[in-house]
Design a protein around this ligand. Structure first.
Ligand code: 6PG
Length: 251
């Protein structure tokens, strides 16, 4: 039985700082428990403000030992790291560079590889090496940060695609109906093994899909990719701003 998600609604303006405080606390817990913080970052536009809040030099250096953090990625577009749509490029500019994170602490997906399948397999090997687990064990990350698309996709797991059925591979190739078509993505198997999954969703354009995921009414709602994120035994947290939460029944 999956635990009910922990839904947290922050004021429209304060969601980045509220999420940064929560993420730092989760990081400190992981470092206390396991000596390091295995964090998979999400992409798209929403997390950029979060990364900028995390990189605030005054607070972050006192409250979080970022040099005990291992930065991974939940997904990446099949572009070079310098491409404007690169999730790694966005995180490098908004988080890694301002915090002076040593390159060895960041494990990006090779979006520039002309063979996405090979890039996915390479990242899977890298993930196992970093976490220290061998097949068939599935690595357990401390925190997977996720966003939500208006169609219910998360990471690069899109509705109605075979990526949702992948039960063996940790990393696979996704195909997006919009924007950069080819993507590299963690699969549900490794996502659902995380100790904590944190969805960060903001803005009124996401209100309807948030309601479909968190207050499903149909089988189609329950089959959406983000609805299949059901960590066991980990915890599921949804951080919403008021606009994104505005169609929830109890809101
Ligand atoms: C990506 C993300 C993707 C994103 C959603 C929401 O690579 O695009 O991993 O899953 O989180 O599409 O994107 P926005 O934050 O831009 O709305």
């Amino acid at each position: 039985m999956t635990m009910r998600p922990d839904i947290r609604i922050s004021p429209d303006a304060g969601w980045a700082d509220a999420t940064a405080i929560l993420l730092r606390e989760l990081g400190r817990q992981a470092i206390r428990l396991r000596g390091r913080f295995l964090l998979a970052l999400s992409g798209g536009s929403t997390p950029q403000r979060l990364y900028q809040a995390l990189a605030q030099p005054a607070k972050s250096q006192t409250e979080m030992d970022w040099h005990r953090t291992v930065f991974l990625f939940g997904d990446e577009r099949c572009v070079s790291p310098d491409h404007p749509d690169s999730n790694y490029g966005m995180a490098r500019a908004s988080l890694f560079a301002p915090l002076d994170i040593p390159p060895g602490h960041v494990h990006r997906m090779s979006g520039e590889n002309p063979d996405p399948r090979a890039a996915a397999d390479e990242y899977e090997r890298s993930l196992r090496t970093v976490v220290g687990c061998t097949e068939p064990e599935i690595p357990s990350l401390d925190l997977v940060l996720l966003g939500l698309g208006e169609d219910g996709h998360t990471a690069s797991l899109f509705p109605g695609t075979t990526t949702l059925l992948e039960s063996h591979r940790l990393v696979t190739v996704g195909r997006s109906p919009k924007g950069i078509p080819l993507r590299l993505t963690l699969t549900l198997g490794v996502i659902n093994r995380a100790s904590v999954i944190l969805f960060l969703v903001t803005g009124s354009t996401k209100a309807q899909i948030v309601r479909r995921i968190l207050a499903p009414q149909t089988a189609a709602d329950r089959a959406l990719p983000a609805a299949l994120v059901t960590p066991e035994p980990g915890h599921l947290i949804w951080m919403l701003d008021q606009a994104a939460a505005s169609e929830l029944p109890s809101h």
